[in-house]
Design a protein around this ligand. Structure first.
Ligand code: NDP
Length: 256
């Protein structure tokens, strides 16, 4: 397998039917990896898999809700079966947001966002660990957010989950280095996906976002998947424990 390719590698990408996850599935598959993905909607997942097969990609999928502990365990059993008990790449992409003032969140909303964004990523790392270790060379990528690095009026619980993911990245990087497993976190600013399309359709809101972004625009899913792919390749084998912003310069914009 070449320095800029992923031939012979196996990957689990959570939430691959839309947005950033979809771009990651396609990027890794195009570079030669065999990919397994998942989402909650059977029909959409089936359509994607047909499209991917038509493009010659080796992608399979499971229908599962990653906010549920037993469904994560089932997913990992399916991944283990497909890839012979080994896994090179785990991309923890699934995440969601509820945007409202901090004083207005209910206990149910707190639990839902925590389970979907943070507990699922943490638990998937736990249960994927034996497969990643057995592969001899593992790479975990978390799709975090710049909202876990700086204060953004996007939703406090969401931001808390992303900040915790950035710390989880550091702990796992240190603890599992002995198993030749690296862990890194990719932190996007606004990217056009189904998660943000309604927000960004509000042109006043988009203008506010863009006015804080040195590159003067929001990002595309392919601008995230490119870094994810690099972090899985032989060229990045000395990078671990990092959170890397892909944000058009937003987090370095003091006051321009
Ligand atoms: P989308 O909502 O567009 O896509 C989310 C994907 O995850 C879909 O495939 C969805 O399928 C799946 N998914 C969601 N919840 C679950 C679940 N409980 N179990 C299984 N699958 C699930 O999101 P994005 O692509 O925008 O976001 C992906 C990641 O990127 C998230 O972690 C998000 O926080 C992060 N991010 C996004 C930014 C943006 O501007 N878009 C900015 C910063 C970070 P289905 O609904 O059918 O289950």
């Amino acid at each position: 397998s070449g320095r800029w390719a992923l031939h012979g590698k196996t990957a689990l990408v959570t939430g691959g039917t839309r947005g950033i996850g979809r771009a990651v599935v396609e990027e890794l598959a195009a570079l030669g990896a065999a990919v397994h993905t998942c989402s909650r909607k059977a029909e959409e997942l089936g359509e994607r898999i047909k499209e991917w097969e038509a493009r010659g990609f080796r992608v399979t999928g499971s229908v599962c809700d990653l906010s549920e502990r037993d469904q994560r365990e089932r997913l990992l059993r399916e991944v283990g079966n497909r890839f012979g008990g080994k896994l090179n790449i785990l991309v923890n992409n699934v995440g969601t947001n509820i945007r409202k003032p901090t004083t207005e969140f209910t206990a149910e909303e707190y639990s839902f966002v925590m389970a979907t964004n943070l507990e699922s990523a943490y638990h998937l790392c736990q249960i994927a660990h034996p497969l990643l270790k057995l592969s001899g060379s593992g790479s975990i990528i978390f799709i975090s957010s710049v909202c876990g690095m700086v204060g953004v009026f996007s939703g406090t619980i969401y931001a808390m989950t992303k900040g915790a993911i950035n710390q989880l990245t550091k702990n796992i990087a240190c603890e599992w280095a002995k198993d030749n497993i690296r862990a890194n976190s990719v932190a996007p600013w606004y990217i056009t996906t189904s998660l943000t399309e309604r927000l960004l359709a509000n042109k006043d809101f988009e203008e506010q976002v863009v006015s804080r972004t040195p590159l003067g625009r929001v990002g595309e899913p392919e601008e995230i998947s490119a870094l994810v792919a690099f972090l899985c390749m032989p060229g990045s084998t000395y990078i671990t424990g990092q959170t890397i912003a892909v944000d058009g310069g937003m987090t370095v914009n003091g006051f321009y």
